[in-house]
Ligand binder design. Structure first.
Ligand code: ZN
Length: 346
C-alpha cells in the first residue's frame, strides 16, 4: 500500500497520456501529426523547454468537450488514487482553452464531473479490495498564463465567477508558464481582485526565475504557497523567512530534471531544503510529460537521494499541512492520522 499523500502541484493538462490523446483525437475528428502512440510517446522525450511547450499546447487541441475534460480528470484521479493520493488541488489553464474557443464552463463542468465521481469511496473497487478503493477529495485552482497580459488575467477571473467557491469548485488562483521576464508584480491587480473574492493564492516562482520573484510573489501577490521555489536556496535571508513563516513549497523533482533545473536527481536540493526546516512537499507537475505521478516522484527521491522513511513521512505530513483544507479540518486530521499510522515495508 502506498504512503498516503496530497498532491498540490498538478496541471491537469499535463496528465494527457498518448493513448488518451489519440482516443480523444479520434472522438473529435482531429488528426494528430503522429502515426501512432509509439511515435507520440517518442515526442514526449522532448529536448528542451520550448519543445515541451510546443507539444504541450499542441496536444491540447484534442480537449474540446465536457466529456474530454471529464475523461482527462478521471484518468488522472485513477492513477493518483493507485499511488496513495488522498487529496488533490488541481491546476488548470483557462486561457489556453479559451484561446482555442473552449470556454471555462466546458472545462470546469467536465472536470467537475470526474471530481464528483471520485469524491466518495469507490464502492465497487472497495468490494474487490482494489488499491484505489478510497475516494479523493479535490479542489480546482485556475492559473493565469504569465506570458499573457494582466488584462487577460482579469478577464479570465471575471469569466470564472460562476464557478468560484463556495458554490463552485474553484478555490484559488495560480500563476504558471514561462517565468523569466514575467515578474509576479505584473499580476498585482488580479491577485487583489482574487483576494477580495475570498480565493486562495499561489504562484509558480523561483523555478527558472530568480529568488526575488519568490519574495515578490509573497509581498505583492500575497501568495500562501510557492510552487517550485527551488531557487530560494540562493538567498539565505529568504530561506530564513520561508522557514519562519512555514510557507509551503510545492517541489516537483522529476520535472526539475526534465526541464533541467537540476542536472540529475541526485543533485536535487530537497534534502538540504528539509534540513533547513523548509516546509517542502513533493508533487508531479505534468506527470505524462515528466516521467511520473506523485508516488513515482516519492519513489524517485527515495532512491536517488536516499531519503529515510521518516523523511518520506515528513513529506507526506507536509502535503496535508500545506493543503487548503481549512474548511474541513476533520478531514485533514483523518489524513494526517493515516500518515502517522503508515508502516513502511522492508
Ligand atoms: Zn507547474
Amino acid at each position: 500500500m502506498p504512503l498516503p499523500k496530497a498532491e498540490l502541484h498538478l496541471h491537469i493538462e499535463g496528465t494527457l497520456e498518448p493513448e488518451l490523446a489519440f482516443a480523444l483525437a479520434a472522438r473529435n475528428g482531429i488528426t494528430l501529426p503522429y502515426a501512432d502512440t509509439d511515435e507520440l510517446r517518442k515526442a514526449y522525450e522532448f529536448a528542451d523547454l520550448q519543445s515541451f511547450l510546443n507539444l504541450y499546447y499542441g496536444l491540447m487541441a484534442v480537449l474540446r468537450t465536457e466529456d474530454d475534460f471529464a475523461d482527462l480528470a478521471d484518468a488522472y484521479l485513477a492513477r493518483a488514487a493507485a499511488q496513495g493520493v488522498r487529496h488533490a488541488e488541481i491546476f488548470f489553464d483557462p486561457q489556453a482553452h479559451l484561446a482555442r474557443g473552449v470556454g471555462i464552463g466546458t472545462v470546469v463542468e467536465g472536470l467537475g464531473r470526474a471530481l464528483d465521481r471520485w469524491g466518495s469511496p469507490r464502492s465497487s473497487e472497495a468490494e474487490s479490495g482494489g488499491e484505489a478503493a478510497h475516494g479523493i477529495s479535490t479542489q480546482l485552482i485556475m492559473c493565469f498564463l504569465r506570458d499573457e497580459s494582466a488584462g487577460s488575467a482579469l478577464e479570465t477571473l471575471e469569466a470564472a465567477k460562476p464557478y468560484l467557491a463556495p458554490h463552485g469548485p474553484i478555490v484559488g488562483v495560480g500563476l504558471d508558464s514561462a517565468e523569466v521576464g514575467h515578474p509576479p508584480a505584473k499580476f498585482r491587480e488580479v491577485y487583489e481582485a482574487a483576494a477580495a473574492l475570498g480565493l486562495r493564492r499561489v504562484a509558480h516562482a523561483g523555478e527558472e526565475g530568480p529568488p526575488a520573484y519568490i519574495t515578490e510573489a509573497l509581498d505583492v501577490l500575497g501568495v500562501e504557497r510557492i510552487d517550485h521555489g527551488l531557487r530560494c536556496m540562493e538567498d539565505p535571508e529568504l530561506v530564513a523567512r520561508l522557514v519562519r513563516d512555514q510557507v509551503p513549497l510545492t517541489l516537483c523533482p522529476l520535472s526539475n530534471v526534465r526541464l533541467r533545473a537540476v542536472d540529475v536527481l541526485a543533485d536535487h536540493p530537497l534534502p538540504a531544503m528539509l534540513d533547513a526546516g523548509l516546509l517542502c512537499t513533493v508533487n508531479s507537475d505534468d506527470p505524462a510529460y515528466f516521467g511520473g505521478y506523485a508516488g513515482d516522484n516519492f519513489d524517485a527521491v527515495r532512491e536517488a537521494l536516499g531519503l529515510a522513511p521518516e523523511r518520506l513521512r515528513e513529506l507526506a505530513r507536509n502535503s496535508f499541512t500545506a493543503s487548503f483544507l481549512e474548511h474541513d479540518e476533520e478531514r485533514r486530521a483523518r489524513y494526517l492520522a493515516e500518515v502517522e499510522a503508515y508502516e513502511f515495508g522492508a
